[in-house]
Design a protein around this ligand. Structure first.
Ligand code: HEC
Length: 151
């Protein structure tokens, strides 16, 4: 009497390219900095983004990444750039400019040295953390593809 061999079916699997919606509840904006360390870092980062030249040629992040980085950027030479709304989700990534894989902080330092012609704060310093916190905050509430392309 031959037993029945149960057939096993593979169900499920992994959804590739799934998008993730970051909770709006974790949203921190530049306006609500009272007593919340993350909100304070975000507010500081927003201010640096708009005003700080890091001792360079007078440009700020805003010069090339207008609208606080939430809209497509525009270089002085007329070339357009993706916005920074998903920047926090897509690093580490390979940078053609650097010739290596860099973190978000590394990209920010690269823009300060190259774009602003300034002195980049070291990784982990309050200014760099604040800029990274600000860039993270502008992605909150957006549908984000982790590891996706700039948009
Ligand atoms: C002179 C123009 C210029 C300035 C000023 C500038 N950037 Fe950039 N930024 C670029 C360019 C060009 C790129 C595209 C990648 C590259 O070539 O390095 C870029 C890319 C980026 C990216 C990666 C975007 C992505 O989605 O891949 C981030 C993050 C970023 N910049 C942050 C900043 C911050 C923060 C500042 C201010 C400290 C700043 N940038 C100032 C020109 C600039």
């Amino acid at each position: 009497m031959a037993g029945k061999i149960p057939s096993r079916r593979l169900t499920g699997g992994f959804a590739v390219g799934a998008t993730m919606l970051l909770s709006a509840a974790t949203m921190a904006t530049a306006g609500d900095a009272s007593g919340d360390p993350l909100a304070q870092a975000v507010a500081k980062g927003a201010s640096l983004f708009a005003h700080e030249t890091f001792g360079g040629s007078g440009k700020t992040c805003e010069t090339c990444h207008g609208g606080g980085g939430k809209v497509p950027g525009l270089l002085p030479n007329g070339r357009t750039l993706a916005s920074l709304v998903n920047a926090a989700a897509i690093y580490p990534r390979f940078s053609r400019g650097a010739g290596q894989v860099i973190t978000l902080e590394g990209q920010i330092r690269q823009c300060i040295q190259g774009g602003l012609a300034g002195a980049a704060p070291s990784a982990g310093s309050p200014d760099l953390v604040a800029l990274a916190a600000y860039l993270g905050s502008i992605g909150h509430g957006q549908a984000i593809e982790i590891g996706g392309a700039p948009k």
